[in-house]
Design a protein around this ligand. Structure first.
Ligand code: BG6
Length: 488
């Protein structure tokens, strides 16, 4: 019963996410001819502005966040003509009649409600929408992370949404799942027998995931300080990457077949215990340093900062998936703000040959690595060993990459932003790129084990802005005789 022609009511229509991501993504869909002719959008927010004023703000957002060469005047005009605006205090029931009326004005299309607002408002909004008669059995809701800040609060949020929408009509966004390269993990693993047969503890020694950000807090101190990097990035994005790397092959590509397999991974994640804290987890907070050669303030000197905050802006950890496939294979994860570069990558380290016949000095070289670069410069490289060329080299080995660079390989097609894909899937009613309730809750359960263990270990380690994190995060991996992959 799904139809790609929809009425979209966007709460938080003047917020940062809408302006930076959602309007540009919808515009791109329109440009690609993927927005049905009848699709309309109602911006909902607290601010007092009329429909014309709203359209100008959206146009300004497009100018700011869409590349000039991708701005097409005719498409902009067509896109803006789809927009309307509704001023509303989301916590009060009164204004919701306007949404019902907007729907009744000639639309038989399903309503998609997008909540680009804090999770504390989700319950009120869902209830008021229902009470006002704005919903019907085809309505869908899209919600942003974070869903709560621990298991208990996430259940409350999920219950409140679930009281109005069935799970099959709830689309929980983790925008990493919309990234082309993240989806490629599924293709890479399950379409290539070469990798499919090697993907287990017999052949893989360890897995490394780095999601480094160059940015600091960017005016979001109030939100971020309550969350920290574990809740903001690991609970969702990094764990989703772990799931896609570690899951067993699903029976097919159906949403639930994939999500069932992901949940099994989340359930098998090794929980944290107090004795692992000093050894297997490093929390960091950046102090003043440099970014692109410019001096930048430390986390505690940012605007609105509270000077004794112990919130982490970096976390590194060693964990694992306790099951048959992954027994004994460490997963090293790290993510932080104010690192030297924006770079997300997964490195699969394969085991060495059981019997080694080359120069003993080169033994350390002798293991293949599969480097999956999620952003920027999306691509996949397989590090292989060949004979070094030259008459005087004997059987010296040399490392070299077999490299697939997505930008040059698929140069004709633009790599779409994650939100374009996700919005399109919502319109199509496909849930496989969205997070199911049990995934969110199992992810929180695991994070809670770490947060509980952290209670007595309040002070994070310092690292200068523009560095790869506290030195302890390097020691964490070198104590196992390994190192973070540094070929970037
Ligand atoms: C968001 C986090 O979910 O992801 C931000 O809240 C973070 O703190 C962002 O900066 C990173 O996303 P991307 O797509 O830029 O890697």
């Amino acid at each position: 019963d799904f139809d790609t022609e929809i009425d979209l009511a966007l709460f938080g229509a003047l917020g940062d996410l809408s302006q930076r991501k959602l309007y540009p993504a919808l515009y791109q869909l329109d440009r690609e001819g993927l927005l049905d002719e009848g699709t309309r959008l109602l911006g909902v927010a607290r601010q007092e502005v009329d429909a014309e004023g709203f359209r100008s703000k959206v146009e300004a957002a497009l100018k700011c966040h869409v590349k000039a060469e991708e701005m097409d005047r005719a498409v902009v005009k067509r896109f803006l003509a789809r927009l309307d605006y509704c001023q509303l205090d989301a916590t009060q029931p009164e204004g919701y009649a306007a949404i019902r009326e907007w729907r009744q004005a000639g639309s038989s299309r399903p309503l998609v409600v997008y909540l680009a607002v804090g999770a504390s408002l989700y319950g009120d909004i869902c209830r008021h929408l229902e009470a006002s008669g704005s919903l019907d059995a085809r309505s869908r809701v899209v919600v942003e992370k974070p869903i709560g800040f621990d298991l208990v609060s996430s259940r409350e949020v999920n219950d409140a949404i679930g009281a109005v929408f069935p799970e099959s009509r709830i689309y929980r966004i983790d925008h990493y799942l919309g990234k082309e390269t993240v989806q490629n993990l599924i293709a890479l693993r399950f379409a290539n027998p070469l990798f499919g047969t090697q993907w287990n503890q017999n052949h893989i020694s360890h897995v490394e995931i780095t999601v480094a950000e160059k940015v600091g807090i960017e005016g979001r101190w109030g939100y971020f300080d309550k969350a920290g990097q574990l809740r903001d990035m690991v609970q969702n994005h990094l764990l989703q990457l772990v799931c896609l790397i570690a899951m067993d092959p699903p029976a097919n590509l159906d949403a639930d077949a994939i999500r069932d397999e992901k949940v099994k991974v989340l359930k098998a994640l090794k929980p944290f215990t107090d004795d692992m804290l000093g050894r297997d987890v490093v929390r960091g907070q950046y102090i003043a340093g440099t970014s692109d050669g410019q001096s930048v303030p430390g986390y505690l000197e940012e605007d609105d900062a509270n000077t004794d905050s112990h919130t982490e802006t970096f976390v590194a950890m060693k964990t694992g998936v306790s099951n048959w496939r992954w027994a004994g294979v460490p997963f090293y994860l790290r993510t932080g703000k104010r690192m030297p570069a924006k770079m997300s990558q997964i490195v699969i380290h394969f085991r060495q040959q059981p019997h080694y016949i080359f120069d003993p000095d080169q033994r350390a070289l002798a293991a293949n690595k599969l480097v999956i670069r999620l952003q920027p410069e999306e691509g996949i490289a397989l590090e292989v060993l060949t004979k070094d060329s030259g008459l005087d080299k004997g059987m010296r080995l040399r490392k070299g990459p077999l490299h697939l660079d997505f930008n040059s390989a698929f140069a004709k097609s633009r790599i779409p932003d994650a939100y374009e894909r996700l919005l399109l899937e919502v319109m199509k009613g496909q849930q496989y790129l969205f997070v199911r309730r049990d995934e969110v809750e199992h992810a929180w359960r695991w994070c809670d084990s770490l947060i509980a263990a952290w209670q007595d270990d309040q002070a994070p380690r310092r690292y200068p802005a523009g560095s790869w994190g506290p030195v302890a995060s390097i020691a964490m991996i070198t104590q196992d005789g390994r190192s973070w992959y540094e070929d970037y």
